[in-house]
Design a protein around this ligand. Structure first.
Ligand code: LLP
Length: 422
């Protein structure tokens, strides 16, 4: 994003052009920023550990145009469901380029996961006999709950530790690999996902050590090796402008250092090191263009926009902060106002008190920052408010990459029984 003479550009396209071409609300992604984020992170980790690979957690943004950018950069796919495996297949990826990390799977999920031939990452020891019964894979990974989790999004997004529903309890890890080995599994992986949006490099060292100690003991006792060890996602971005960036070089060097020490300590054959971030790649490359449609002066001044909670769920769900720019007014003095969307829920009053340009007026275009991850992917149709359009920009070029929904999408799959039709 850049601001030139007060006008906001995404890459080199004015937001006024984008809003006039595609309407609002619209998600816009900067292709070059996604590539730069990926390359920065990959270079940092490869610098300290050569056999390193990223899988992209497609749940954060499943637009195939966006995912194809990351595929071109060399990412595999982390799939949370069978449908995400199918999305990966639409990218031309399968086999060991895709990892299936579902949780609380049905037999159908297991069957389809096995048929797809991707790497199976089991969330619990109880899944093992079911997976073996339905078609024993040669290659198997377990998602370990290392007993500790953290998140800057809030407690809602803590993915490990005693309060989390995810992963194999540390005390069951040894048995999990033992049973898999006894069942004839030949190749093993290990995985964890203890937290999301972390900007403290030391956290990544700490969780790596935790995991390596848990699985290192199991490997030594059972005389197995790991083809890969996956540290999950969690690479954070700053949402508030006063927050610092994650020092990715430092995170990579701390992780690689403890990883290599633990490999030596447990006498492991050096495994591939993997991570599966999403937010770090796409979060700050995505924006929502919205428009001011009404302004109310009541108990306080409230700016009404079309960026509603169904378009961006994070503030209503987690109290998340997203920076807001007003096109053409960033140089104006600021005044405290609230800002809301158009949904009939008071959680849609998602900015209570923010310094915004004092002249903000009807039809102004607003730009909501850091919306590339868990934005569109978490949108929904409540209040008959439809899902927005998605657009990709690269330099001066722009493409519609998902059409705005219409009323047809709201009634698709709905059937009214005959006796109710008149
Ligand atoms: N791997 C697994 C198994 C995951 O569950 C996730 C995210 C990731 C990787 C990617 O994590 P990341 O690098 O983006 O932190 N909706 C929340 C975030 C939920 C995270 C869910 N798991 C939000 O809007 O902040």
């Amino acid at each position: 994003m850049q601001i030139i003479n007060g006008q906001i550009f995404l890459e080199e396209v004015p937001v006024t052009t984008l809003a006039a071409t595609y309407g609002t609300p619209t998600y816009v992604y900067e292709e070059n920023r996604i590539r730069a984020n990926f390359r920065r992170a990959l270079a940092a980790f490869r610098k300290y550990y050569d056999d390193f690979r990223f899988f992209y957690a497609i749940k954060a943004n499943n637009n195939l145009a966006v995912a194809n950018i990351l595929r071109q950069e060399g990412a595999g796919i982390d799939a949370a469901s069978v449908n995400e495996i199918l999305l990966a297949q639409k990218l031309g990826l399968g086999g060991e380029d895709v990892m299936f990390s579902g949780n609380f799977l049905s037999d159908d999920d297991i069957r389809q996961g096995l048929e797809s031939g991707v790497i199976f990452n089991l969330d619990d020891i109880s899944l093992l006999p079911r997976v073996i019964k339905l078609g024993r894979p040669e290659f198997l990974s377990f998602r370990v709950n290392p007993g500790y989790g953290k998140s800057e999004v809030g407690d809602f997004v803590t993915n490990a530790g005693p309060g989390a529903k995810f992963g194999v309890h540390p005390d069951q890890v040894m048995d999990a690999y033992r049973l898999a080995k006894e069942a004839g599994v030949k190749r093993f992986g290990a995985h964890m996902m203890p937290g999301s949006c972390i900007r403290d490099p030391e956290y990544f060292r700490f969780i790596t050590e935790l995991l390596m100690d848990i699985i290192g003991h199991a490997a030594r006792e059972l005389d197995i090796n790991f083809d890969f060890i996956d540290l999950g996602g969690g690479l954070g971005i700053p949402y508030k402008h006063e927050d610092h960036l994650l020092d990715i070089e430092k995170a990579a060097s701390l992780v690689a250092d403890v990883f290599q020490k633990k490999i030596a300590e447990y006498g492991l054959k050096p495994p591939r090191l993997m991570m599966e971030p999403a937010r770090y790649f796409v979060g700050d490359a995505g924006y929502i263009l919205g428009q001011v449609h009404a302004i109310k002066d009541s108990y306080s001044r409230i700016i009404g926009t079309d960026v509603s909670m169904n378009i961006l769920a994070r503030p209503a769900m987690y109290g998340s902060y997203h920076h807001i720019y007003v096109n053409g007014r960033e140089d104006e003095p600021r005044t405290k106002v609230g800002l809301c969307g158009q949904v009939c829920e008071n959680t849609d009053f998602w900015v209570r008190d923010r310094e915004l340009p004092s002249g903000i007026a009807l039809n102004d275009i607003i730009v909501v920052e850091n919306a590339g991850a868990y934005g569109y992917a978490m949108s929904y149709q409540y209040n008959g408010r439809l899902k927005p359009a998605e657009v990709l920009v690269n330099g001066k070029q722009h493409w519609l990459i998902r059409e705005r929904e219409t009323i047809e999408d709201l009634v698709r799959n709905v059937t009214v029984p005959k006796h109710l039709q008149r």
